[in-house]
Design a protein around this ligand. Structure first.
Ligand SMILES: Nc1nc2c(ncn2[C@@H]2O[C@H](COP(=O)(O)OP(=O)(O)OP(=O)(O)O)[C@@H](O)[C@H]2O)c(=O)[nH]1
Ligand SMILES: C=C(OP(=O)(O)O)C(=O)O
Length: 232
């Protein structure tokens, strides 16, 4: 397949419930729940922006019940779907995929995690190209989770996100994508994940929130360059 263009579904739950593991971390560096929600929204925004800048991504829909997330996604050029069915994460992903499929029955549809603040468009494109239209996935940094799942062209997404999702996607025939795209696997669930994402280079919004939380003026954007503040 010469060039694959995919439509991505990005799921985000309400900010009030998001990233509970990170919020519970000893020091996520951003203090109270309101500042935490601001950090989560920044990570979502950086993820959506990077996804839309990837030259192999055609459309992005963000499935979320949270109006603030929907607004941020639409500002970046994504479509927000706020009427997901009950059933949790995989149901939300299947819903988003069904909306995309209705627009284009032959589309290649994928699911991308919303907490990839270091995501580089070029690395996302490289991972998508490596799938070459096959059903495939990228594991997270620890190897047990999934950050990107791609359906086969015209095929169903069949998401099995949740604990042990890498094994579940392998067991259902998805190809494991391993390659030079560390920012695709750098999802943030913990303070250590946040430090890893920082080392890879945070996106503009996430860098800004963390810098302001420390009283520093950020000069770092996702287009590269070293951050001008201490690591989280
Ligand atoms: N739209 C939607 N997104 C969901 C739902 N459940 C989880 N997600 C999103 O799917 C991704 C993975 O979900 P989780 O690991 O359960 O939640 P999290 O916010 O990442 O982290 P924790 O709260 O620490 O577990 C996150 O981006 C969530 O916001 C859901 O029911 N609907
Ligand atoms: C839901 C998943 O990720 P996490 O729990 O890390 O957000 C997953 O890896 O399938």
């Amino acid at each position: 397949m010469s060039s694959v263009h995919v439509d991505l579904v990005i799921p985000v739950k309400s900010l009030a419930r998001a990233k509970s593991r990170l919020l519970g971390a000893a020091d996520s560096g951003v203090g109270d729940a309101g500042a935490h929600a601001t950090l989560v929204l920044a990570m979502v925004t950086d993820t959506v922006r990077a996804a839309l800048h990837a030259d192999t991504v055609r459309r992005v829909v963000v499935v979320t019940p949270d109006p603030l997330v929907a607004l941020a996604a639409e500002r970046e050029g994504a479509r927000a779907l706020c009427d997901e069915p009950a059933g949790g994460l995989n149901a939300a992903l299947r819903y988003g995929a069904s909306v995309l499929r209705a627009d284009d029955p032959g589309a290649v549809i994928g699911a991308l995690q919303a907490d990839l603040p270091a995501l580089r468009p070029t690395e996302l494109s490289a991972a998508i190209a490596a799938a070459a239209g096959r059903r495939a996935f990228c594991p997270d940094r620890q190897g047990g989770g999934t950050t990107l799942l791609l359906g086969a062209r015209g095929g169903t997404l069949r998401p099995h996100f949740g604990p042990g999702s890498a094994a579940a996607h392998l067991a259902t025939g998805a190809l494991l994508l391993a390659g030079p795209w560390p920012t695709v696997g750098s999802d943030v669930d913990s303070e250590d994940d946040l430090r890893d994402a920082y080392r890879l280079g945070l996106g503009e919004h996430t860098a800004g929130v963390l810098a302001r939380a420390r009283g520093l003026a950020p000069v770092h954007g996702w287009r590269g360059g070293a951050p001008a503040y201490d690591a989280p």
